[in-house]
Design a protein around this ligand. Structure first.
Ligand code: FMN
Length: 172
Protein backbone atom coordinates (compact mmCIF):
# COMPACT_ATOMS: atom_id res chain seq x y z
CA UNK A 1 0.00 0.00 0.00
CA UNK A 2 1.24 3.50 -0.80
CA UNK A 3 1.67 6.07 1.94
CA UNK A 4 0.91 9.76 1.91
CA UNK A 5 3.33 11.54 4.23
CA UNK A 6 2.94 15.27 4.61
CA UNK A 7 3.71 18.34 6.67
CA UNK A 8 1.18 21.15 6.86
CA UNK A 9 0.59 24.11 9.16
CA UNK A 10 -2.85 25.58 9.78
CA UNK A 11 -3.68 29.00 11.29
CA UNK A 12 -2.65 32.30 9.73
CA UNK A 13 -1.40 32.14 6.17
CA UNK A 14 -1.16 34.35 3.11
CA UNK A 15 -3.82 33.66 0.48
CA UNK A 16 -3.97 35.88 -2.61
CA UNK A 17 -2.11 38.60 -0.75
CA UNK A 18 -4.37 38.57 2.33
CA UNK A 19 -3.79 37.00 5.73
CA UNK A 20 -6.41 34.32 6.44
CA UNK A 21 -6.86 32.02 9.41
CA UNK A 22 -6.99 28.48 8.00
CA UNK A 23 -8.77 25.83 10.09
CA UNK A 24 -7.03 23.12 8.02
CA UNK A 25 -3.67 23.56 6.30
CA UNK A 26 -3.61 23.63 2.49
CA UNK A 27 -1.18 20.73 2.13
CA UNK A 28 -3.30 18.62 4.47
CA UNK A 29 -6.33 19.15 2.21
CA UNK A 30 -4.35 17.97 -0.83
CA UNK A 31 -2.85 15.05 1.14
CA UNK A 32 -6.31 13.86 2.16
CA UNK A 33 -7.54 14.01 -1.42
CA UNK A 34 -4.54 11.97 -2.64
CA UNK A 35 -5.16 9.38 0.09
CA UNK A 36 -8.82 9.25 -0.89
CA UNK A 37 -8.08 8.67 -4.59
CA UNK A 38 -5.36 6.08 -3.97
CA UNK A 39 -6.56 4.32 -0.78
CA UNK A 40 -3.12 5.10 0.63
CA UNK A 41 -2.42 5.28 4.33
CA UNK A 42 -1.94 8.88 5.44
CA UNK A 43 0.66 10.06 7.95
CA UNK A 44 1.16 13.61 9.19
CA UNK A 45 4.60 14.87 10.11
CA UNK A 46 4.01 16.84 13.31
CA UNK A 47 6.54 19.17 14.92
CA UNK A 48 7.49 18.58 18.54
CA UNK A 49 7.23 22.34 19.06
CA UNK A 50 4.27 23.82 17.20
CA UNK A 51 4.91 26.65 14.79
CA UNK A 52 3.42 30.03 15.79
CA UNK A 53 -0.16 30.75 14.80
CA UNK A 54 0.98 34.14 13.45
CA UNK A 55 2.00 34.18 9.78
CA UNK A 56 4.72 36.80 10.27
CA UNK A 57 6.27 34.95 13.21
CA UNK A 58 6.27 31.71 11.21
CA UNK A 59 7.98 33.37 8.25
CA UNK A 60 10.59 34.78 10.63
CA UNK A 61 11.19 31.34 12.14
CA UNK A 62 11.20 29.54 8.76
CA UNK A 63 13.75 32.04 7.44
CA UNK A 64 15.93 31.46 10.51
CA UNK A 65 15.66 27.67 10.09
CA UNK A 66 16.70 28.04 6.47
CA UNK A 67 19.59 30.45 7.08
CA UNK A 68 20.97 28.40 9.98
CA UNK A 69 20.14 25.06 8.29
CA UNK A 70 18.31 23.87 11.43
CA UNK A 71 16.61 20.47 11.88
CA UNK A 72 13.35 20.93 13.82
CA UNK A 73 12.29 17.81 15.71
CA UNK A 74 9.21 15.86 14.65
CA UNK A 75 7.01 13.44 16.57
CA UNK A 76 7.72 9.74 15.86
CA UNK A 77 6.00 8.41 12.77
CA UNK A 78 5.02 4.78 12.16
CA UNK A 79 7.01 4.48 8.96
CA UNK A 80 8.73 1.23 9.90
CA UNK A 81 7.10 -0.61 7.03
CA UNK A 82 7.69 2.13 4.52
CA UNK A 83 5.84 1.40 1.30
CA UNK A 84 7.31 1.18 -2.15
CA UNK A 85 5.46 4.34 -3.06
CA UNK A 86 5.41 7.53 -1.01
CA UNK A 87 3.42 10.63 -1.80
CA UNK A 88 5.44 13.32 -0.04
CA UNK A 89 3.76 16.68 0.59
CA UNK A 90 4.86 20.00 2.07
CA UNK A 91 4.28 23.73 1.69
CA UNK A 92 6.85 25.92 -0.02
CA UNK A 93 8.49 27.89 2.77
CA UNK A 94 10.81 30.68 1.70
CA UNK A 95 11.52 28.98 -1.62
CA UNK A 96 12.44 25.60 -0.14
CA UNK A 97 10.82 22.70 1.69
CA UNK A 98 10.43 23.29 5.45
CA UNK A 99 13.52 22.15 7.38
CA UNK A 100 11.38 19.69 9.36
CA UNK A 101 10.78 17.80 6.10
CA UNK A 102 14.50 17.78 5.35
CA UNK A 103 15.04 16.35 8.84
CA UNK A 104 12.48 13.62 8.18
CA UNK A 105 14.08 12.68 4.84
CA UNK A 106 17.50 12.46 6.51
CA UNK A 107 16.20 10.20 9.30
CA UNK A 108 14.63 7.54 7.08
CA UNK A 109 16.04 5.55 4.21
CA UNK A 110 14.07 5.95 1.02
CA UNK A 111 16.49 4.06 -1.23
CA UNK A 112 14.74 2.18 -4.02
CA UNK A 113 11.39 3.78 -3.16
CA UNK A 114 9.25 5.75 -5.54
CA UNK A 115 8.49 9.28 -4.37
CA UNK A 116 5.70 11.40 -5.81
CA UNK A 117 6.27 14.92 -4.43
CA UNK A 118 3.48 17.45 -4.06
CA UNK A 119 3.50 20.93 -2.60
CA UNK A 120 1.26 23.89 -1.99
CA UNK A 121 2.49 27.43 -2.46
CA UNK A 122 1.47 31.03 -3.08
CA UNK A 123 3.17 31.52 -6.42
CA UNK A 124 6.61 29.94 -6.43
CA UNK A 125 5.51 26.32 -6.89
CA UNK A 126 8.26 23.95 -5.69
CA UNK A 127 10.96 26.63 -5.56
CA UNK A 128 14.23 24.71 -5.26
CA UNK A 129 12.73 21.87 -3.21
CA UNK A 130 12.74 19.27 -5.99
CA UNK A 131 16.44 19.83 -6.51
CA UNK A 132 16.99 19.40 -2.77
CA UNK A 133 14.77 16.31 -2.69
CA UNK A 134 16.94 14.65 -5.37
CA UNK A 135 20.03 15.41 -3.31
CA UNK A 136 18.47 14.04 -0.12
CA UNK A 137 17.13 10.87 -1.76
CA UNK A 138 19.71 10.02 -4.46
CA UNK A 139 18.64 6.37 -4.67
CA UNK A 140 14.91 7.00 -4.91
CA UNK A 141 12.89 7.32 -8.09
CA UNK A 142 11.48 10.81 -7.92
CA UNK A 143 8.47 11.20 -10.14
CA UNK A 144 6.97 14.37 -11.62
CA UNK A 145 5.74 16.65 -8.86
CA UNK A 146 2.37 18.30 -8.33
CA UNK A 147 2.43 21.98 -7.22
CA UNK A 148 -0.94 23.46 -6.21
CA UNK A 149 -1.61 27.06 -5.27
CA UNK A 150 -2.89 27.28 -1.70
CA UNK A 151 -5.98 29.21 -2.72
CA UNK A 152 -6.90 26.45 -5.22
CA UNK A 153 -6.71 23.38 -2.98
CA UNK A 154 -10.47 23.00 -2.55
CA UNK A 155 -10.95 22.68 -6.32
CA UNK A 156 -7.78 20.71 -7.06
CA UNK A 157 -9.43 17.33 -7.61
CA UNK A 158 -9.03 17.29 -11.39
CA UNK A 159 -5.37 18.29 -11.20
CA UNK A 160 -4.78 15.60 -8.57
CA UNK A 161 -6.57 12.90 -10.56
CA UNK A 162 -4.62 13.81 -13.72
CA UNK A 163 -1.37 13.67 -11.78
CA UNK A 164 -2.30 10.26 -10.38
CA UNK A 165 -2.74 8.71 -13.83
CA UNK A 166 0.91 7.69 -13.99
CA UNK A 167 0.72 6.06 -10.55
CA UNK A 168 -2.53 4.25 -11.38
CA UNK A 169 -0.97 2.86 -14.60
CA UNK A 170 1.98 1.55 -12.59
CA UNK A 171 -0.39 -0.13 -10.15
CA UNK A 172 -2.29 -1.98 -12.90
C1 FMN B 1 6.72 30.47 6.58
C2 FMN B 1 6.10 30.57 5.23
C3 FMN B 1 6.87 30.82 4.12
C4 FMN B 1 6.29 30.82 2.84
N1 FMN B 1 7.08 31.04 1.74
C5 FMN B 1 6.54 30.94 0.50
C6 FMN B 1 7.36 31.07 -0.67
O1 FMN B 1 8.56 31.30 -0.60
N2 FMN B 1 6.77 30.94 -1.87
C7 FMN B 1 5.42 30.69 -2.00
O2 FMN B 1 4.94 30.56 -3.12
N3 FMN B 1 4.62 30.56 -0.91
C8 FMN B 1 5.15 30.68 0.33
N4 FMN B 1 4.36 30.54 1.44
C9 FMN B 1 2.94 30.22 1.27
C10 FMN B 1 2.70 28.74 1.50
O3 FMN B 1 3.55 27.93 0.72
C11 FMN B 1 1.26 28.36 1.17
O4 FMN B 1 0.36 29.20 1.85
C12 FMN B 1 0.98 26.91 1.48
O5 FMN B 1 -0.22 26.54 0.83
C13 FMN B 1 0.86 26.65 2.98
O6 FMN B 1 0.59 25.28 3.17
P1 FMN B 1 0.04 24.71 4.56
O7 FMN B 1 -1.27 25.41 4.84
O8 FMN B 1 -0.16 23.26 4.29
O9 FMN B 1 1.07 24.95 5.59
C14 FMN B 1 4.90 30.59 2.70
C15 FMN B 1 4.12 30.39 3.86
C16 FMN B 1 4.69 30.38 5.10
C17 FMN B 1 3.84 30.15 6.32
Amino acid sequence: MAKVIYFSRRNENLLCGKIKDLAVGNTKIVAEKIAYYTDAEILELLPVVNYPTSYDETVFLAEKEKQEDLRPEFKPLMVSAVSEVIFLGFPNWCGVMPRIVVHFLEKYDFSNKIIYPFCTHEGSAFGSSLFELKQLCPDSSIMAGLPIKGSNVAKADTAIKNWLVQYKKMEE
